[in-house]
Design a protein around this ligand. Structure first.
Ligand code: SAH
Length: 509
């Protein structure tokens, strides 16, 4: 094999679940990946960051079934690297902590395949932290120990309970839920105080996070009364006593709420980061993508006419519309081409996009939708006005109908971009909604509703709770049979507030 053509493997820790706990380095590497081999424990939010072009290989274990045996996984990494690919091996938490990361490197090293390690935030520390448990505390202990509760092939444990009790340190057990009775029993038998605080921490750093607190003597019995959801860790030690006092994650306004956001990729992050700041778990599903149309000369000619003073008003109905129009305009000239032209913007997001090119809208409707824009703008436009509307190919008719009320108006409605629907390769959206794993879908336009509906096959839409911006968006969602909530105003703040209200309403019912 020629050295130059050899690919490379990055062994990357994805962290415990929350996409915010994925490292900067991990993101950079993932963005460049050509092949991604991932495990079941990798957070959905992180799977959403995998580039669409990457080949995806699931190497996890589901319901006891190994999709790939360890040797097969090792072989896949080697084969893909030898094909010259950039391979990312994505693992939950930190790749070297009970992640078999070391084993996966052996074969690569034997074949001189280059590799890098990107450490991850381990669940052993992050999950207690998200539950208000500091793994060490000067008043309580001077060490912390991470132990696997996994049994060997002959069903025996490799745990020296007496040694653990002697350390007087905090004990964190991973993969230990099935072994909970043995772990508690082993520690008690080795002489640990039955009153020692202990906790089971389920699905940490996600919307499904839950803490079951007790003592070494009671934990097993408390857990037997409920279904413990995995993944989960067991923490034993005095530090568990401060959990209720220090718990913070569950107090965030949108804690426990899992939201799916469907927006074109370039706009998705603003809304998502604000939802996350409020404590929601956000799944980004770019169900629609905007693609600039190849110009057959029509847009160019409109821009030339604009420069020649042949239009009085420019109307924008989306941030993408603004971006695509100005890319074209700047290829020919600069903002002086707009001298004397008035500008209408459908709402905040569009106005923001205008601000980026140094422009302020002369007109914004009171309600940010096409119908209101058409109606209200028509009231101020003079007779015979000439209007240019560069927008999506699937733009709605209501705007044009509203404007048509102006006598003698001349409208040039030009399609500058198409809206393409994309489906997620990694997240089973249908299952997520049907099993109630996702609480809400958030829609910011009717086209995202249609994009979402078109990209999930066979989903019973009455299972989807939709929080929408704008009446048209709400109508589109309701049209599919979704249960809907509409933001009072067409702003992200108002939308986020509505998510909180919907969450409280559905929790009560
Ligand atoms: N390398 C991983 C651990 C792999 S072993 C890490 O550093 O986190 C898998 C075990 O990790 C699970 O059985 C569970 O005990 C724990 N685990 C991983 N993610 C978790 C989460 N979000 N919440 C609770 N436990 C988790």
């Amino acid at each position: 094999m020629d050295e130059k053509n050899m690919g490379k493997v990055w062994l990357v820790g994805a962290g415990p679940g929350d996409v915010g706990l994925f490292t900067q380095r991990g993101r950079e590497v993932l963005e460049q990946a050509e092949v991604v081999v991932y495990d079941a424990l990798v957070g959905q939010g992180i799977l959403g960051l995998i580039p669409e072009s990457a080949e995806l290989i699931f190497a996890g274990k589901r319901a006891g079934n190994h999709f790939l045996r360890q040797e097969q996984t090792n072989q896949v990494l080697l084969d893909k690297a030898l094909e010259g690919k950039r391979v990312v091996r994505l693992k939950g938490g930190d790749p070297f902590l009970f992640g078999r990361g070391g084993e996966e490197l052996e074969l690569l090293a034997e074949h001189n395949v280059p590799f890098e390690i990107v450490p991850g935030i381990t669940s052993a520390f992050a999950v207690p932290a998200y539950n208000g448990i500091p793994v060490t505390h000067r008043d309580f202990c001077s060490s912390v120990h991470i132990i696997t509760g996994h049994r060997r092939a002959d069903h025996s444990y490799d745990i020296d309970f007496e040694a653990l009790v002697r350390t007087k340190g905090t004990l964190v057990f991973l993969m230990g839920i099935a072994a909970l009775p043995d772990i508690c029993g082993g520690l008690l038998q080795a002489g640990m105080d039955p009153e020692m605080p202990a906790a089971v921490l389920e699905r940490g750093t996600t919307a499904a996070q839950r803490r079951i607190s007790g003592t070494l003597g009671t934990l097993e019995e408390i857990c037997s009364r409920t279904t413990v959801q995995t993944p989960a860790i067991i923490v034993v030690g005095k530090v568990c006593s401060v959990a209720d006092q220090f718990a913070w994650y569950e107090k965030k306004p949108l804690a426990g709420v899992k939201v799916m956001v469907t927006r074109p990729k370039e706009l998705i992050s603003g809304l998502s980061s604000r939802l996350r700041l409020q404590g929601a778990e956000v799944l980004e599903l770019p169900s629609i993508r905007t693609v600039a149309r190849a110009d057959d000369g029509e847009l160019q000619s409109c821009i030339e006419k604009l420069g020649a003073g042949e239009y009085d008003w420019l109307v924008f109905t989306s941030p993408s519309g603004v971006r695509i129009f100005f890319e074209k305009l700047f290829a020919h000239g600069d903002v002086r081409m707009l001298a004397g032209v008035k500008i209408a913007s459908i709402g905040q997001g569009t106005s923001k996009a205008l601000a980026k090119v140094g422009l302020k809208a002369d007109f914004v409707p009171t309600v940010y939708d096409g119908v209101t824009l058409g109606k209200e703008l028509a009231q101020i436009l003079p007779e015979g006005v000439r209007v240019l509307i560069p927008r999506a190919a699937i733009g709605n008719h209501e705007l044009i109908e509203g404007l048509s009320a102006v006598p003698g108006i001349r409208i040039t409605d030009i399609a500058t971009y198409d809206t393409e629907y994309t489906a997620s390769q990694v997240i089973d959206v249908k299952k997520s909604f049907e099993e109630g794993d996702v609480d809400f879908a958030v829609f910011t336009s009717a086209s995202t509703v249609r994009g979402f509906a078109g990209s999930v096959e066979g989903l019973d839409f009455s299972k989807v709770k939709a929080v929408c911006i704008g009446r048209q968006t709400q109508e589109a969602a309701a049209g599919y049979g979704m249960r809907t909530w509409t933001a009072e105003k067409a702003t992200l703040d108002s939308l986020i507030k509505r998510v909180g209200e919907a969450a409280r309403e559905t929790e009560e019912s």
